[in-house]
Design a protein. Structure first.
Length: 547
C-alpha cells in the first residue's frame, strides 16, 4: 500500500489549507506594512510631529532618523516585534514663536503626559491602518480564486478572516508585549546626535561663545595689521575705497556676533557670502537659529549667492524669498535666470546661484554646473566684466567670463588659483560638520573619495574668513586670510594669518576708474551694466540705491 493511501484525504486537505492560510497570513502582514508606509500615521505633541510606519522586519526596534543623526531604541520582549520608523520634525508653528520671543528652546521638550498621549494615539492609528491593509490584501489575494471557483466563496471569507487574524495576532501581540518603557534594552544615537548626547553642554549659549571668540579674533586682526604695516608698507599706505568681509558655508550656525565684531574693528563696507547659509535647505532653519536677524544686525550690505544647501528642490526659492525680506541683503540672482549687478563704493559685483539642492544625487555634476555658468555668461555677453563674480561651486566659478576675480566656497578650505579665490567656512562647516562625520553609506564614502568637487563636504575644518581690500583706483590691494579652530568648545586655537598681494589675483588692474566710499551701494539688473569700453551704467534709471 502506497504512502498516499495510508494518509486520509481529510488530513491532506487540512494540511493544504493550513499552508495556504499561513502563506496568506504572510501576504496579509506585508499588506499591512505597505499600507502604513504608503499612508504613514501622523502623531504630534505641541511642538513636534512624526510620521510613523511599520517596517517588514522583526527586530523589536524603533528608529527615529533625522538629518543630524538617528535615534535607535531596541526592546527585549518574549517574541520579536515588527520594527517601527518615525520621521520626526519640528512643527511649523515653532518658527514664529521662537522669532517673536514667546518660546525658548528649553520649552520645546515635551512632558511625559504629552509624550505618552501622542504615542498612544499613534499606536491606535497604526493598529487600525495595519489591520485594514492586512484584511484588504488578503481579500484581494483570494478574490481571484473566488472568481474562478465561485462555489468556494464561503471558504474564501473564512480563510481571509483567519489569515488577517493571524497577521494581527502575531505581530500585534508581539508589539503589545514588547514596546513598553520597562523593556528597553538599548538606546543609541548616531552622528551629531551622539556627540551632543555625550557632551550636553556643547550647544549651550552659542552666542556667548561667539562673543568670546570675537575677543580672540580681534587679537588676530590686530596682529595681522601690525604685520601688514611692517612688511607691506606700500599696500598699507594706499588709500582704500572698500573693504569686504568674505565668508562662506555658514551652515546654519549663528556666529553673527563674531561677524559684527570683525565688521566694526576692520571698517568693513560689505559682507560677501558665497552660499550654504543653511544645512537642510528650509528657510525656517534660519528662523530657529536667528540667522536672518543676525544678518540684519550687521548694518552693512550682505551680498549673497545660494549654495547647494540653500534649497530643497530644483525650483525651490524659499530661502531666497526669505532673505529678500532682510533690508541689507543683496541677492545677485534673486530668482532663476534674473541676474543683478551691485556696486559697493564703485567696486562692481555679479554672480549666480548653485543649481544643486540639499541631498541631491546627480549623475552628471559637471554638465549641471556648466549649464549654470553658460546661463550667466549669456546674460553678461557684451557687458564689461564686473570686478568680482560670485558663485558657490568651484567647477562653475572656473567657467565664468574672463577678466573678473571669482569667489566661491563649497570646499570648506581656503585656496587661491590665479584669479579664482576659494573661501573657507566661516563656522568650520557648522555644527553638522564640526565632528568629522563620515558619509553614512559605503557608496557615499566611495563617491566622496572619487569626486574632488565634493570631497571634504562632511569633514570639520578651521573657521576661516578673508578681508579683501580695494584701492581708490578700483584695483585689489590685498587679500588677508584668517583661520582658527574650536570656537564651539569655547577654546579658540590660532591657525594662521596670511596676506596675498592684489596683483596675484588681478595682474591687469582696471584703468581710468575711480572708487570711493562716497559712492555707496547701487543695485541694478545685470543687463543695465556698462558695455565693454564704457565706464558707467548705460541706463541710470535702472539703478536702485539701497539705504
Amino acid at each position: 500500500m502506497g504512502t498516499r493511501e495510508r494518509i486520509p484525504a481529510a488530513v491532506t486537505t487540512g494540511l493544504g489549507r493550513g499552508v495556504a492560510v499561513a502563506l496568506l497570513a504572510v501576504v496579509a502582514f506585508l499588506g499591512g506594512v505597505a499600507t502604513t508606509q504608503l499612508w504613514p500615521v501622523h502623531t504630534q505633541t505641541r511642538y513636534f510631529e512624526a510620521d510613523v510606519s511599520v517596517q517588514p522586519r522583526l527586530d523589536s526596534t524603533i528608529e527615529l532618523p533625522t538629518v543630524v543623526g538617528d535615534v535607535i531604541v531596541t526592546f527585549r520582549g518574549p517574541v520579536p516585534a515588527p520594527g517601527l520608523t518615525g520621521q520626526v520634525q519640528v512643527r511649523d508653528e515653532v518658527t514664529d514663536l521662537l522669532r517673536s520671543g514667546r518660546l525658548r528652546s528649553a520649552d520645546l521638550q515635551p512632558d511625559q503626559v504629552e509624550l505618552r498621549a501622542a504615542m498612544d494615539a499613534g499606536v491606535r492609528e497604526v493598529a487600525w491602518k495595519f489591520a485594514a491593509g492586512a484584511l484588504g490584501t488578503s481579500l484581494l489575494a483570494l478574490l481571484a480564486y473566488a472568481v474562478s471557483r465561485p462555489r468556494h466563496a464561503g471558504h474564501v471569507v473564512v480563510a481571509s478572516g483567519v489569515a488577517t487574524a493571524l497577521a494581527l495576532a502575531g505581530p500585534g501581540g508581539a508589539a503589545y508585549l514588547t514596546y513598553r518603557t520597562d523593556r528597553v534594552s538599548e538606546f543609541r544615537a548616531t552622528s551629531l546626535l551622539s556627540v551632543v548626547q555625550t557632551n550636553m553642554g556643547i550647544l549651550d549659549d552659542l552666542d556667548r561663545k561667539a562673543d568670546q571668540g570675537a575677543i580672540y579674533v580681534t587679537n588676530l586682526l590686530a596682529l595681522s595689521d601690525a604685520v601688514r604695516q611692517e612688511f607691506t608698507p606700500a599696500a598699507a599706505d594706499q588709500p582704500e575705497a572698500a573693504r569686504f568681509l568674505l565668508v562662506s558655508d555658514i551652515h546654519g550656525m549663528n556666529q553673527y556676533p563674531l561677524m559684527r565684531q570683525i565688521i566694526a574693528s576692520e571698517g568693513i563696507d560689505a559682507v560677501i557670502d558665497t552660499g550654504d547659509l543653511l544645512n537642510f535647505g528650509q528657510a525656517r532653519e534660519g528662523e530657529l537659529t536667528g540667522i536672518y536677524a543676525g544678518i540684519e544686525s550687521l548694518g552693512v550690505p550682505y551680498v549673497f549667492v545660494r549654495g547647494n544647501h540653500d534649497a530643497v528642490s530644483a525650483t525651490d526659492e524659499g530661502v531666497l524669498r526669505r532673505l529678500a525680506r532682510v533690508p541689507n541683503v543683496v541677492l545677485l540672482e534673486p530668482t532663476d535666470g534674473e541676474f543683478v549687478r551691485a556696486e559697493v563704493n564703485g567696486v562692481s559685483i555679479s554672480g549666480f546661484n548653485d543649481v544643486r539642492w540639499f541631498n541631491q544625487r546627480s549623475d552628471d555634476f559637471g554638465a549641471e554646473q556648466q549649464a549654470a555658468a553658460d546661463a550667466f555668461r549669456e546674460a553678461a555677453e557684451g557687458l564689461e566684466p564686473t570686478d568680482l563674480v560670485l558663485t558657490h561651486q568651484p567647477f562653475a566659478a572656473h567657467r565664468v567670463p574672463a577678466g573678473a576675480v571669482t569667489l566661491h566656497g563649497h570646499m570648506h578650505v581656503q585656496d587661491v588659483e590665479r584669479n579664482h579665490v576659494q573661501l573657507g567656512s566661516f563656522t568650520g562647516g557648522g555644527l553638522v560638520n564640526q565632528f568629522r562625520l563620515p558619509p553614512l553609506t559605503e557608496e557615499a564614502r566611495e563617491a566622496a573619495e572619487e569626486d574632488p568637487q565634493t570631497r571634504g563636504e562632511l569633514e570639520g575644518h578651521p573657521y576661516s574668513f578673508d578681508i579683501l581690500s580695494v584701492g581708490e583706483d578700483c584695483s585689489i590691494s590685498s587679500l588677508t586670510r584668517f583661520g582658527y579652530r574650536n570656537l564651539v568648545s569655547g577654546r579658540p586655537q590660532y591657525d594662521d594669518v596670511s596676506i596675498v598681494n592684489g596683483r596675484v589675483l588681478q595682474p591687469d588692474p582696471p584703468e581710468g576708474r575711480t572708487c570711493g566710499r562716497d559712492l555707496g551701494l547701487t543695485v541694478a539688473p545685470l543687463a543695465s551694466g556698462p558695455a565693454r569700453g564704457e565706464s558707467r551704467p548705460a541706463d541710470d534709471a535702472a539703478v536702485t540705491t539701497l539705504p
